[in-house]
Structure formats: C-alpha cells, structure tokens
Design a binder for this molecule. Structure first.
Ligand code: HOZ
Length: 429
C-alpha cells in the first residue's frame, strides 16, 4: 500500500498547521507514522489521496450512522446551499429540525442550536449555573466534553492520549470550579455531593463514555447519579455528542431509561456538518437569552446547510427504527468474530461494546474507568492499528477512542475486519 500523497500533504501541512492537523488525535502521534489524508468517502469506505480504500470505523467520530455521502443528505445540502449558505436570521429549516429532534427525544421540551459539541457543553453548564445560581460542576475522569476551559480537567480523548488531561492555559480559578470523580464510582460521587452538593450546578457525563475507549455504565451508576442530582438540586447533563441518535432514536436516555435535565448533541444532528445543540426541560431552557438572562449566541447557529443535512439524516432514522436493530446485530457479529480470533491467537484483551460503539483494549482486566483504561497495553494497540491499516481497515488512531459502526457496513466488511484482525495480531506476521 502506497501513501505517497498523504506524506507529501503532511510535510506541507506541518509547516503551516500545528502538528499538521486541525485536531490533535488525527496526527497519528498516538500510533506513530504518517496521518492518512482522505479525499472522499462513500458508504462504509474511505478513499485516501493515493486511492487506497479503507473500511471506516470512525464515521467522522459518530455521525455517519448510515454511511458517508448518504444520497438524501447530499441532496438536502445541495438544495439548501442553492438557497444561500447563511442568513444570520431565522429560517424554516431550524424550526423543522427542532421539531423533529423534540419528537424523537420526548424527554426534551426546548432546544437551542449551536455550532459544535464543545459549544453545546460549554453553553449547557452556563445555563445550569444560571438556573441554580451555583458555580461548581462535577465531571468524570476520562470524559471529554470538548475543549472549553471547564472541561479540560482530567479529560479524555486527545488530552488523555497525549498525556495532558489537564491542559495548560486553563486558569486555576476555572479549574477550581470543576470537581472530578472516577467514572462508574457512585460512592465517590455520593461523598462529593455530601461535601459540595449545595455548590454544584451540574453533573455532566458521557452516559456511555467514548473518549477513553468505549466504557458503558455499570448497573445502577446512572440511576444513582439521577437520584443524587434530585436530592441535591443539581442539573444532570448527559453529553450525547456520541450517543445521541446512535444508540437509539432517543439516544442513551431512551436505551438506558434515564432522564437527564439537559442533553448536549454534536455533529450527528448535522449529519457530520459543524453543528451542535443543547436541549432539555423548559424550566431550565427558559433561562436562555432572550427568554431569560443567560447569554449565548452565534451567527452560524442554526446554519441552513447543517439544519438541512441533519433533518435528512434524522428523518431516515425516525422513519426506519429497524436500523437500530440491524446495526446492533452487525455490531454483535463483529464482537463475536473478534472475540473468536483474539481467543484463538491467545491475545490478552477486553472488548467493551454497547450498541454500535465498541473497541478492543489490550489487557485482560476489566476496563471501567480512566485508570483501568490507562493500564491497557497501548504499544500493542499501535501494532494492531498499523496491521489493520495495512489490511485496509481504518480504526481510530488512538487506543482511547471508541469505534463507531455504520449501517452501511456489510457482513462481508465485518468478515474482512475480523480476518484483518487475525492477520494484524498473529505471531507469524
Ligand atoms: N476528539 C475527537 C475524538 N474523541 C477527535 C476529533 C477529530 O479529530 O476529529
């Protein structure tokens, strides 16, 4: 496999862009080698600048649930673009997408569109603070809620991968308002609430963590958080940037049967275009300006291209709920096949999966939080990643990232992925 063009582009990119990339995980620093530059994608396949084809397990970090360049999405974007790319004024498309989302997630009363998951989470905690009149928030180690200052404290994703889970540039004052707890450790949260319950505006969590690898909630953990939030008057925020509309039409809230007070969304509500939203109970959302005093704004918020793309994708999911069963069956098939191969070759591994979020950790211990994720064998992941790439399978280029399946994957693609795993990890290789 030749990657000449990617190498050339990367050499040029590093001259101009920090690390040659516009988001750190893409730089391949966690796995070594040269980042692949892509020129197009269709369905379950990515094509790089040298025309190599890869089976895609990132799906733009979640939103490509039905595969890349989904025809109805492309058509919707083309039509919207012909009507202008931005107005900075209200449009019908915002109302239509808001209505669709509130219909698909009945626990939500009101929604505000923004431009990214980062913006959504940043705004959600501001609203929670405005609503409660309290200053502190609680987040979980290894959870990643975008790169706003308040969240870059023991953060997952690239921050974890590159060993800077608490970033320089975040002021001590901001950091002091963010408390952290071990993911899946309800007892620790209970203790923190006993001590700081009256100061806490919000508890924010990835209900299924995807930024330290895939880590589903332990039984009773989210239920316990819900109860503690009720007891102490704390706003429970589910960051559903990865899980929203992916695990079920109503996201993790529906699948796990827990109601959050506020929910944040990202790229999936724009079918991969730059968009996000925060939504929730009317009583809280009515604090948002201009109804209430909590300020948050943006010219590109509710951008017509993003609204049109999101409407096209979510309408498909709304109309065809069987997609979720199909995707779950495919994910279960992949999990079973991977387990068989890993057992056969005697690999030390743990597979975590919930619905179409899955990943392999190297190491046989249970992975349920930041510390247990960090104890996995990252060197083995590097070998695996490059072996898979060589065999035409594109995995997230870091050990601490969930994989995302799309319904465009065929069973032949899944078999090819299982076969590639055997080749990538076999001792004879
Ligand atoms: N932080 C994202 C994964 N959890 C990666 C973003 C990107 O590089 O696109």
């Amino acid at each position: 496999m030749q990657i000449t063009e990617s190498k050339k582009l990367f050499e040029k990119a590093v001259e101009m862009i920090p690390g040659g990339v516009n988001s750190p995980v893409r730089a391949f620093k966690a796995v070594g080698g040269t980042p692949i530059f892509f020129k197009k994608a269709s369905g379950a396949y990515l094509y790089d600048e040298d025309d190599n084809r890869y089976i895609d397990y990132i799906g733009s970090w979640g939103p490509m649930l039905l595969g890349h360049a989904y025809p109805k999405v492309i058509e919707a974007v083309q039509q919207a673009a012909a009507d202008s790319t931005s107005f900075g004024a209200p449009t019908r498309r915002e109302v239509e997408l808001a209505e669709l989302i509130l219909d698909m997630v009945p626990t939500l009363d009101k929604i505000r569109m923004v431009n990214s998951g980062t913006e959504a989470c940043m705004s959600a905690i501001r609203v929670a603070r405005g609503y409660t009149g309290r200053h502190k928030i609680l987040k979980f180690e290894g959870n990643y809620h975008g790169h706003a200052d308040s969240f870059l404290i023991k953060a997952g994703s690239g921050a974890m991968t590159f060993g800077t889970p608490s970033s320089p540039g975040v002021t001590p004052g901001t950091a002091a308002d963010t408390l952290t707890a071990r993911h899946n450790d309800l007892e620790q949260v209970r203790q923190i609430c006993l001590e700081h319950g009256k100061e806490l505006a919000a508890i924010i969590i990835e209900p299924v963590a995807g930024n330290m690898g895939c880590i589903p909630p332990e039984p009773g953990f989210l239920e316990g958080l819900r109860a503690l939030c009720d007891e102490h008057g704390i706003v429970l925020i589910f960051d559903e940037v990865m899980t929203g509309f992916r695990l079920a039409r109503g996201g993790a809230q529906e699948l796990l049967e827990i109601e959050a007070d506020l929910v944040t969304y990202g790229k999936i509500i724009g079918a991969g275009l730059p968009v996000g939203a925060y939504a929730g109970k009317a009583e809280i959302m009515n604090c948002v300006s201009p109804t209430g005093p909590v300020y948050q704004a943006g010219t590109l918020s509710g951008n017509p291209l993003a609204m049109a793309a999101g409407y096209a994708l979510l309408s498909e999911l709304h109309a065809n709920p069987s997609i979720y069963n199909e995707l779950d069956q495919k994910s279960a098939y992949l999990e079973k096949g991977l387990r068989e191969v890993l057992e056969r070759i005697g690999e030390q591994y743990t597979i975590n999966r919930l619905g179409s979020m899955i990943n392999i950790f190297f190491g046989s211990h249970k992975v349920q939080d930041f510390d247990t994720a960090l104890k996995t064998d990252v060197e083995r992941f590097k070998d695996y990643f490059h072996g898979m790439l060589h065999n035409g399978v594109y995995l997230p280029p870091a050990a601490f990232e969930s994989w995302f399946l799309s319904n465009a994957l065929t069973y032949a693609d899944l078999d090819a992925t299982i076969e590639a795993t055997e080749q990538a990890l076999s001792p004879s290789r």
